[in-house]
Design a binder for this molecule. Sequence first.
Ligand code: CO8
Length: 257
Amino acid sequence: MTYNTILTETRGKVGLITLNRPQALNALNGELLAELNQAMQAFDADPAVGAIVISGSERAFAAGADIKQMAEASEAQMRKDSFIGSFDGILAICKPVIAAVNGFALGGGCELAMSCDMIVAGETAKFGQPEITIGVIPGAGGTQRLTHAVGKAIAMEMVLNNRTLSAVEALQFGLVNRVVPAERTLDEALQLAGEIAARAPLAVAAAKQAINQAFELPLKAGLADERERFYKLFSTDDQKEGMRAFVEKRPANWKGK
Ligand code: CO8
């Protein structure tokens, strides 16, 4: 499959998506978001792929939603376009998704990174929600996911006063998993994704979903959800294989069943 605004390839068991609108610092327009959704769904459905990495360029992961596309839109048009709705598709992906971020991750770009399960940041990464500077607010998680990640104080400064976070600050505030030299960002993300892709696939998917429920459910319901997923894994071949392999002191051979 060829796309206009992204590049896709597989590296071992990892599906790699590279945002590719260099002339607009990978600004997220309708076409890019639609193609991103399509590519992610294809990797999610491919049994040879165990995890997905989304990357941008050296200069920008993504500099936000495409302002030129939105500038003259009415409220009704914004509501009608599936623009922000495309984020729901990204969140519905069952396999782990890792963002490899160098350069700008601003506005919708920061929201896209936060919609991934983990973020590997290069030392040049800059995270921000500058929507206030163009007369709006974040619309795809920049007031919600950001606040969960960095806390109210920092989120308020970022969203109300365009404070940007360096990669090191983002690590300090819990927004990213690790900071690496910029030239290592993609390799580190691919390695992390590859390690997870080699694990028991059904358990990985259950773990991802269970952790994400922590943001949706009150604790008691979240704990019940977790326990249910735990019990269900005892009906899989991989649970038997994993525990037998431990007892027999050999590596497990996962089947994803
Ligand atoms: N939209 C459209 N074009 C963009 C965007 C953008 N968000 N960001 C950069 N570009 C374009 C520029 O217009 C320029 O194009 P051209 O050469 O044709 O004029 C090209 O990319 C290079 O940009 P600059 O010349 O500005 O490069 P600089 O290095 O001088 O500056 C910056 C880089 C600081 C990143 C600057 O480009 C900038 O401030 N960009 C806008 C950042 C921003 O405000 N982002 C938030 C957008 S609103 C948003 O994301 C709302 C989210 C809503 C929900 C999400 C739905 C997907």
